[in-house]
Design a protein around this ligand. Sequence first.
Ligand code: NAD
Length: 489
Amino acid sequence: MEQLHNYIAGKWHRSETTDYLDVVNPATNAVLVEVPLSAAGDLDNAVAAAAKALTTWRRIPATERIQYLFRLKTLLESHWNDLAKTITAECGKTLKESQGELQRAIENVEMACGIPTLMQGVNSEDIARGIDEIMIRQPLGVVGIIAPFNFPAMIPFWFFPYAIACGNTCIIKPSEKVPQTMQQITELIHQTGLPAGVVNLVHGNKTVVDALLDHPTVKAISFVGSSPVARYIYGRAAAAGKRVQCQGGAKNPVVILPDADLEMTTRIVADSAFGCAGQRCLAASLAITVGSVKADFVDALAQAAQQRTVGNGLDEGVQMGAVINRGSCDRIHSLIQSGVDEGGKLLVDGRNPEIPGYEQGHFVRPTLLQDVPVRGEVATTEIFGPVLGLHHVDTLDDAIALVNQSRWGNMACLFTSSGAAARQFRYEAEAGNIGINIGVAAPMAFFPFSGWKESFYGDLHGQSQHAVEFFTQTKVIVERWPKEWSRQF
Ligand code: NAD
């Protein structure tokens, strides 16, 4: 069985560990490769390489640094299909979803190519007579990026193109469940000719993460994953004096008003709840119907859930793939059962489906649970599977109150044809990403991927100008150059 290696100082190195984990194809349960659960020593080597590279990399002009990103964009585009197949094989989503994920990754490379203007400073002449003040942006140093399993390609790109374009060097720690995608992308990074040590890849789990959080040379941590781990990482890295941004989990409500276009809304809500098998931090997981729309919407959605084609994401015509592993399948099953035990009605039961040819795969079909208690376990827990809870209220005010009682704040969406309702919702809903007649309000690369409440710890988010600010520190210079000191020419 092939074993993966770490990429440190421009070369592939076998990890110091003897501890390896099987990486499994969720659709077939076949083992694809083995990933090292690297030791703290591997991380130390990566940090040393990044620190060494920093001394020269940060002095290279931004216009030259971005040339590597232009090359990376071209390489990503020419390897699009191979990479998409790898994402699907290790993550389970459909090929189309994997291709879409890569598109989003590339857009962040394009955005980071604007660094020569994005990281410009500001200045004020004559803040007092003959005195000028200038603010410049400088890189932080060595930074660490820790990614989750559900977007193996896209999420590291919310951070690392900006980090290196700003003159930092970095260590990327992909999820141990899906390590092959970043492994292949790192091969492409190598082909750009990027100087050794600017980007390093270290595989592993908590051991390596903790070493990264504690390492005194590492200046900043970008994390995306579940909220309990986000909170832990935020606390530990901040206690070690680092700048930290941690994007966490979610439980996203979508509100449907009686004046919404029923056909469009049903299609979009179904795609949001069941796309990527519900394993998206922007997946709809609670649908709140308002007033008279309930019966028609619930019937239409139940039909959409039942009709969804589930299977191996590599196969033609499949609309929803597998969930990541057996443990995730079991957890989703048990949360569905909790919903039933709490008094919810199981309108569509997606447990233990038969997927011919993929009997060993980890599949859950779309599931609809109606009227689970709003403060109960299922309505407040991130299920991270294709399970949508259904609630009903009388007014938009009631719906917004229900949205705002959540401890999560990643996304909230409204379906309506009323501009006034839309304005009230976007003004009052307590979430960082808002969709109006949109089911997955995923910000483009030129906007920050916002997130509020327990869905985010920190202040600056991933992507866009936020990433530029996160990966730079400001320096203010106040200058006086009296004319009398000038030599006469
Ligand atoms: P996870 O929290 O289990 O793992 C994320 C990363 O943290 C992995 O690299 C993992 O190796 C590491 N890790 C896990 N446990 C750790 C521990 N105890 N100590 C130190 N490191 C640890 O998340 P996941 O299951 O890979 O991803 C799914 C989660 O990510 C969901 O909650 C989802 O909502 C969230 N997510 C959030 C966003 C967002 O932008 N807010 C985007 C994508 C995914």
